[in-house]
Design a protein around this ligand. Structure first.
Ligand SMILES: NC(=O)C1=CN([C@@H]2O[C@H](COP(=O)(O)OP(=O)(O)OC[C@H]3O[C@@H](n4cnc5c(N)ncnc54)[C@H](OP(=O)(O)O)[C@@H]3O)[C@@H](O)[C@H]2O)C=CC1
Ligand SMILES: O=C(O)[C@@H]1CCC=N1
Length: 254
């Protein structure tokens, strides 16, 4: 399909457009909703085949694949009364909004596919979970780093809960940096060091020949510093508490 529409041009909408239009080869035509006006205008100025539409209906009329990327709470305002023809495919990226809910809202017979693109779609390096599998949508996300169709909406929600841990990871790294700065190390040095340390972790994660448990064991000196922090801070109680938070999130997503 050669035309893509984005309703909700915020952080993830922008990343999707950058991934679609920033790569080699001809990019598709992209039609943007007018809300998120600054981002939409900036993308239209940057990429030749990106245009801002007059309203959300124009996006749905012009695009073959319609991506819905507004916040969950804004879905009624954004989508109520929208007419989506049966020849279209709607990609629902809103966390916590099931396809039944969206179908009721849109009243369309067009295929609806849920997806979890991550900010790295920008570099065409996100593996995007989808449900249900759909050849057009899976090919679309293959072009942005890969698609991972899952068996049912329950599995989809488990993956969705996992994505909720992402910014905690950045905050964890910021906390380490602040701790070091509070012990007299220059903040810039601490941040540079922590970023490098965990970029190394990112590269190690690319080595799929080793399990996560194996990677942890291989990076840990017996009775050493890593073992000490892991077993005294990330202990069973801490791991259980994290599991309980994820269970709560999963219950709300379902
Ligand atoms: N950020 C991420 O990494 C991911 C986000 N998601 C999902 O994507 C959705 C968007 O998240 P995110 O990009 O972070 O949020 P943002 O707040 O950055 O973007 C939401 C955008 O929707 C726009 N909007 C609000 N109301 C309307 C409307 N009536 N019509 C058209 N556009 C509207 C907002 O415009 P305005 O600024 O004018 O309010 C804003 O530009 C969420 O449902 C989230 O769950 C899914 C996967 C990853
Ligand atoms: O934080 C959020 O709710 C969204 C969904 C996945 C990533 N960001």
């Amino acid at each position: 399909m050669n035309s893509i529409g984005v309703i909700g041009v915020g952080e993830i909408g922008r990343a999707l457009v950058e991934g679609l239009c920033g790569g080699p080869g001809e990019s598709p035509e992209v039609f943007l909703s007018p809300r998120g006006a600054r981002t939409a205008a900036e993308l239209a100025a940057r990429f030749e085949r990106v245009r801002v539409c007059a309203d959300n209906q124009e996006v749905a009329d012009r695009a073959e694949i319609v991506l819905v990327a507004v916040r969950r709470a804004d879905r009624h305002e954004a989508l109520r009364g929208l007419r989506v023809g049966e020849g279209k495919v709607v990609v629902n990226v809103m966390a916590g909004v099931g396809n039944d809910d969206l179908r009721t809202l849109l009243g369309t017979t067009a295929p609806l596919v849920r997806a979890i693109p991550l900010p790295t779609v920008r570099e065409r390096a996100s593996v995007t979970v989808t449900y249900p599998a759909h050849p057009v949508v899976d090919a679309f996300f293959d072009g942005l780093g890969g698609s991972l169709p899952v068996a049912d909406e329950a599995a989809f929600n488990v993956f969705s809960a996992l994505t909720g841990t992402l910014t905690t990871h950045y905050s964890y790294l910021a906390t380490l940096t602040s701790w070091a700065a509070g012990r007299g190390v220059p903040g810039e040095d601490a941040e540079r060091y922590v970023r490098g340390l965990f970029q190394g972790v990112g590269r190690s994660l690319g080595d799929e020949s080793r399990s996560l448990g194996r990677l942890a064991a291989d990076h840990e000196t017996p009775k050493g510093n890593n073992e000490r922090v892991r077993t005294t801070w990330f202990d069973d109680a801490n791991a259980r508490a994290l599991g309980a938070v994820l269970d709560g999130l999963l219950a709300d997503l379902g």
